[in-house]
Ligand binder design. Structure first.
Ligand SMILES: Nc1ccn([C@@H]2O[C@H](COP(=O)(O)O)[C@@H](O)[C@H]2O)c(=O)n1
Ligand code: ZN
Ligand code: ZN
Length: 646
């Protein structure tokens, strides 16, 4: 098989529906601005998104309708580009900022670490000004010592086509922020005078937009959309409300009432959400309700959950939603008709160049070893062959060892939420170390814990509410897989040279891919309140197996199969409070003072896989197979086995 036949995509099923107002939503990008180098189906980079948004804005203008760009937070923790810098986002945020978003809001990952929270406050929020909405998030301003909103509380604005919008940005009731910021709960927010005054704004409102790093489905464990929507609906019974959510990393669309819906657009630059609405009543809006020459939204909003307050009047609103796969074929296809000659605009190419240079300067392709197999988080049962957590268990046992205590039996517990992505067969790079396990969570321990107590901790954590949000997703499809099937072929479009003088293929929308057969490739298969037709590219289902909250690995246990009297109980500092509570619930009486670092604080969850790769994955390095999807980049440029252009 030719290398460029690997890992292809089947492409969009048809043109997008355009309404009176339209939205493109990104969320939970987590630093994946380079795109998925090992998965062509999600292979566009941020430069391609820059080109795409430019074309789509132009298309909206030509059609006489509005298009708003929205992002709902979590900008780092998940890829080398954002996490290899001392301050996460130092390089990736300026790259992200090349998109002229209309509305953005903050994610929990902007608040864990004080320095990052201040970076967000001082730089990111200033870049977007009144478009960065943090209605319930404040930070202590170091110059005054007073709490201040990180962004703006709300934005009242009129779109190009004259639609009058009131927008809020609301983070879920997050409690893991560092002590310089304050997250106001949704309940308290809905009692604040300014919030109620903004809902009852003295100027006309045609549409409320509630964006939030917040699960959009009102009955999801951490969602506060129900509280927010109920407050708005009780005060303004007839005005349309549109939500855009995030945090749960899923594709989702939900109906609150006949004039209110919510959309959530996945994660990690795998998904771009498209929403169009038509039929909004407005005395000032001059937008076409059914723009010429394109399909239109046709579906009324019919709520499935009627426990929320309902608008009592009939609705003229019609909706369409679509989840776009993040690749150049998709972008070029939907931008068709708005390109002058080629898909790439110069700014997009420049941003792609910035990403390539940043990856080089950060040494993201430096090699730790060669992974003999692919390992997935959710596509195999827990600890089955090919399940990532089985590999991590071995890695933890092998490398989380304090030499001075190496003979003492140890139990090592990590939260599975610290693991963020699958690990692909082939070169395991510095970049991959962040992709799989990005956090700087360090290994602590309590010595000499009675086995009787220590052995119960994992069960307690896995039965408890800790990180229960993962459970919310068990019945939903994550729908990704590390390596897509080889069903399509790339045809050779015209070869040109890119800015670096590298060989590139032009106009991907025209000819980057053509189907060899019509079988769908594995990927997202979404079910939401509108049914099963939301995915822009039709995929076959990927198996999904729920994984427990926490993973345990043991080391230096008696070889005769007996149990030790006591163990070193090792765990991540991120979950210390849960470990102490679990131990104390089975007869322990431990306090934070009993805990110390098992390994230097600099050895983190981002260190153990590189350490393991150096021990276990060195032998294959000279003949390391090029992973699927590596071989040619999305422009057809040949890559070496590390994904570097050659
Ligand atoms: N230092 C950290 C921070 C977070 N986590 C894990 O990430 C989860 C939140 O991620 P979202 O993208 O869903 O916001 C959190 O629940 C933890 O599982 C971590 O392990 N260490
Ligand atoms: Zn996230
Ligand atoms: Zn989040």
């Amino acid at each position: 098989m030719q290398p460029d036949a690997q890992n292809a995509t089947t492409g969009p099923k048809g043109p997008l529906e355009w309404g009176q107002i339209n939205f493109l939503q990104t969320t939970d990008t987590h630093g994946w601005l380079e795109g998925h180098i090992k998965e062509q189906n999600y292979g566009a980079d941020w430069g391609d998104y820059v080109s795409f948004t430019k074309h789509m804005k132009k298309k909206a203008k030509n059609l006489g309708v509005d298009l708003l760009l929205v992002d709902t937070g979590d900008l780092h923790d998940g890829a080398g580009l954002s996490d290899a810098t001392t301050l996460n986002g130092e390089i990736s945020n300026p790259i992200f900022e090349n998109i002229d978003y209309d509305l953005l809001t903050i994610g929990n990952h902007e608040l864990y670490v004080t320095e990052i929270a201040y970076e967000t406050f001082s730089n990111f929020s200033k870049r977007y000004g009144d478009r960065y909405l943090t209605s319930n998030v404040q930070i202590i301003n170091p110059s005054t010592g007073e709490y201040e909103y990180i962004g703006k509380k709300y934005r009242y604005f009129t779109t190009e086509q004259g639609l009058r919008i009131m927008a809020f940005g609301v983070l879920f009731d997050f409690k893991g922020n560092s002590n310089v910021s304050k997250v106001i709960t949704a309940k308290n927010l809905t009692e604040e005078k300014w919030f109620l005054d903004a809902i009852n704004y003295p100027k006309p409102i045609d549409l409320f937009l509630v964006i939030g790093h917040n699960p959009v489905r009102a009955n999801a464990t951490t969602s506060t959309f129900g509280t927010l929507f109920s407050t708005i609906r009780n005060l303004r019974p007839d005005i349309p409300v549109q939500g855009f959510g995030g945090h749960t990393h899923i594709r989702d669309f939900t109906v609150y009432d006949n004039k209110a819906t919510g959309m959530e657009s996945g994660r990690y630059c795998e998904t771009l959400g498209w929403l169009s609405i038509t039929g909004i009543k407005s005395s000032s809006c001059k937008a076409e309700h059914n723009p010429h020459g394109v399909p239109h939204p046709t579906r009324p909003a019919v709520p499935l959950n009627t426990s929320l307050p309902q608008s009592k009047t009939p609705s003229s609103l019609r909706y369409a939603r679509r989840y776009l796969d993040w690749n150049r074929l998709t972008f070029a296809y939907h931008a068709e008709g708005s390109q002058d000659h080629t898909f790439d605009i110069s700014k997009g190419v420049e941003v792609t160049g910035d990403i390539t240079s940043a990856r080089k300067s950060l040494n993201l392709t430096s090699l730790y070893g060669c992974a003999p197999e692919s390992y997935c988080q959710f596509c195999k049962p827990f600890l089955a062959d090919g399940n990532l957590f089985g590999l991590l268990q071995t890695a933890l046992t092998t490398v989380v060892v304090n030499e001075s205590r190496s003979d003492i039996p140890r139990m090592i517990i990590i939260n599975t939420g610290s693991v963020r992505f699958d690990l692909a067969k082939g070169p395991f790079t510095y970049d991959d170390s962040f992709i799989v396990s990005p956090f700087k969570d360090a290994f602590q321990f309590i010595p000499d814990v009675p086995y009787e107590q220590a052995s119960q901790v994992l069960g307690i954590l896995n039965a408890g509410p800790f990180q229960k949000k993962r459970r919310d997703l068990e019945t939903r499809d994550f729908g990704f897989e590390p390596l897509l099937a080889d069903r399509d072929i790339c045809l050779d479009p015209p070869i040109t040279h890119d800015r670096d003088g590298l060989k590139a293929r032009s106009n991907p929308g025209a000819s980057i891919l053509r189907r060899q057969n019509t079988s769908p490739t594995p990927g997202y298969t979404t079910t939401d309140d509108f049914g099963t037709d939301g995915d822009d590219t039709v995929h076959s289902k990927i198996p999904y197996y729920a994984q427990p909250n926490d993973l345990q690995a043991n080391g230096s246990f008696p070889t005769d199969g007996s149990t030790p009297k006591t163990v070193d109980l090792i765990f991540l500092d991120f979950i210390q409070s849960y470990i102490l509570a679990a131990l104390n619930s089975v007869g322990g009486s431990y306090v934070a003072g009993d805990v110390s670092y098992y390994l230097p604080k600099t050895f983190t969850t981002n260190s153990y896989l590189p350490a393991y790769a150096k021990v276990a994955w060195q032998e294959n390095v000279p003949n390391c197979p090029v992973g699927q999807g590596i071989g040619f980049d999305k422009r057809g440029v040949r890559l070496d086995s590390m994904g570097v252009r050659i």
